[in-house]
Design a protein around this ligand. Structure first.
Ligand code: SGN
Ligand code: CA
Length: 524
């Protein structure tokens, strides 16, 4: 039977479904780990080039104010997969969390709407993924070299190669053999650029003659910010940034807090590659040991090594995103596909003297977000409206033509994306004026205290609690690097009051019980 005849014989409900399947966009949702906007050239001021990521923005949109709800991997992933803040989805921190996969999630709702769902790469939510027709995931944080994957049938295998390449290969393979009668959503979730920034061996030599500029506040002394003073994520601290694990300064027999972890990771390479890896790093170690830097010079040496390794890992990531985009282009899928590129949070590239994330300060509250839009979505260029990772779930659902359940807390971005010039002043289409944030993982690695807060287009109010009770207030217009805590200064009394009120409203709107919990604790 030819196709036309086949269509004529199908009942009309099936015909509608078939037509819908063709019209509804596919979604390729690429998410990286710890990739930050300061290291993505379309965001400006990046010391490295990311041409393939930039191209997504050039052909689509780039969000200039894209935030997470909780700047840590598992919690961030739980927010995006449920469209809800951490206190609602229950996964508040990496160290004690197991994601309750029986709850409502976006992949399950997408399946219900007739989408095929697949997840490749980092998952990090501990429980077995639910709502996916197919998954192939890294264990926990995953490994850069010859990583082990857990497959959908529960079996595990160690695969030969570099993590970012393998995840891309698997994503393409899945699209090649998918059921083409249905639209799909594919999560491509990389380990790159997470600590300990182990490069693809072919990229090891890159950036070695580059000197990265120090951020202006690299030598911040955290005056007026107690939580910042008490963190453990400082590049200059021998405890926080490990010369062996993080900076790869190692000769056989050397030991440090994290040297065992370093060797475990590198020893995953087979012997020829391991020899190649050490041959390269031995010369850097020898030069270091011949003339070991001290004090600030040592801190700056560690910064340069950190930046180079991060840049190498990011180069491979950008190449692989290019490879995935080439596949989408050449297979004819691109025009009707929403391609999202984002990260689970931002990262400090030496700002305040730090690496890692967690704080509600701009570098890690922000996360890169660019999208190439499917047919029928007209918006292009920079989107300045404040968006958050709880918005992805409702966005994907609306694009799929599926209903958005009332208990989802994020907002669909479709109204921002549909028209070239959306009218957001119209009654009923006003966009949000502030976002809410809450970080819980304390006491824990890096020792960033618990805090919550709100940010609007100009101001930020943060409350650090648990073992302290400290407020911070920043004027992002005058002090974008958040060096001057204005809280309690008489000049800012009015604005402070206004922000407190808005923060309270946000906590009520999102139903975060923290204020009541703190009050109860005080009364005890
Ligand atoms: C690991 C890292 C930390 C990092 C957390 C969370 N330490 O524990 O530096 O903050 O992951 O990162 S390491 O010694 O194992 O490298 S997250 O992105 O997964 O939340
Ligand atoms: Ca992360």
């Amino acid at each position: 039977m030819n196709n036309k005849l086949l269509l004529l014989t199908l009942p009309s409900s099936l015909l509608t479904l078939a037509a819908q399947a063709q019209e509804r966009p596919n979604i390729v949702y690429i998410m990286t780990d710890d990739h930050t906007a300061q290291m993505m050239s379309c965001y400006g001021n990046s010391p490295i080039q990311t041409p393939n990521l930039d191209r997504i923005a050039e052909e689509g949109v780039r969000f200039s104010r894209s935030f997470v709800a909780n700047s840590l991997s598992g919690p961030s992933r739980a927010c995006m997969i449920t469209g809800k803040h951490s206190h609602k989805n229950g996964f508040t921190n990496n160290e004690h969390g197991i994601f309750d996969g029986s709850q409502q999630t976006m992949p399950k709702l997408m399946q219900k709407a007739g989408y095929q769902t697949a997840l490749i790469g980092k998952w990090h939510l501990v429980s077995t993924p639910t709502g996916f027709n197919h998954f192939d995931i890294l264990l926990g944080q995953g490994e850069y070299y010859n990583p082990t994957f857990m497959h959908a049938d529960g079996t595990r295998s160690r695969e030969q190669g570099y993590c970012t390449d393998i995840i891309t290969d698997k994503a393409i393979q899945w699209m090649e053999q998918r059921d083409t009668s249905q639209p799909f959503i594919l999560f491509v979730h990389h380990k790159a650029c997470h600590r300990d920034w182990l490069p693809n061996l072919d990229d090891m030599h890159l950036f070695e003659d580059k000197t990265f500029p120090l951020p202006a506040n690299f030598h911040d002394n955290w005056e007026g910010r107690q939580a910042a003073q008490e963190q453990q994520m400082t590049i200059g601290s021998a405890h926080d940034m490990d010369l062996i694990y993080d900076n790869k300064i190692y000769s056989p027999g050397d030991k440090s807090r994290l040297s065992g972890a370093y060797l475990n990771n590198v020893n995953r390479l087979d012997s020829a590659d391991r020899a190649r890896y050490f041959l390269f790093h031995d010369s850097i170690t020898a030069a270091f040991k011949a003339n070991p830097p001290q004090g600030d010079a040592l801190t700056e040496f560690k910064f340069q090594r950190y930046m180079r390794d991060y840049a190498k890992v990011t180069k491979s990531l950008d190449d692989n995103v290019g490879r995935l985009m080439k596949y989408l282009r050449e297979s004819g899928l691109l025009e009707n596909t929403l391609v999202v590129y984002t990260s689970d949070q931002g990262f400090y590239m030496g700002e305040h003297g730090w690496f890692d994330k967690r704080f509600m300060y701009e570098e890690s509250l922000n996360t890169p977000l660019v999208m190439r839009l499917p047919d029928g979505y007209q918006r292009r260029g920079i989107v300045d409206e404040m968006v958050q990772n709880i918005d992805y779930a409702p966005t994907f659902l609306e694009m799929a033509g599926a209903p958005i359940p009332d208990d989802i807390q994020g907002r669909s971005l479709v109204p921002l994306l549909k028209e070239a010039k959306p009218n957001l002043k119209k009654k009923g289409s006003k966009w949000r004026d502030a976002i809410y944030y809450h970080f819980y993982e304390f006491p824990a690695e890096h020792m960033v205290k618990r805090h919550y807060g709100m940010r609007d287009s100009r101001w930020k109010l943060i409350h650090f609690y648990n073992d302290i009770d400290q407020w911070e207030l920043y004027d992002l217009k005058k002090d974008p690097s958040e060096m001057h805590n204005l809280y309690g200064q008489p000049r800012y009394r009015k604005v402070q009051q206004k922000l407190h009120k808005r923060l309270r409203q946000l906590q009520e709107e999102y139903d975060d019980p923290i204020e009541e919990q703190l009050k109860q604790k005080q009364n005890k």
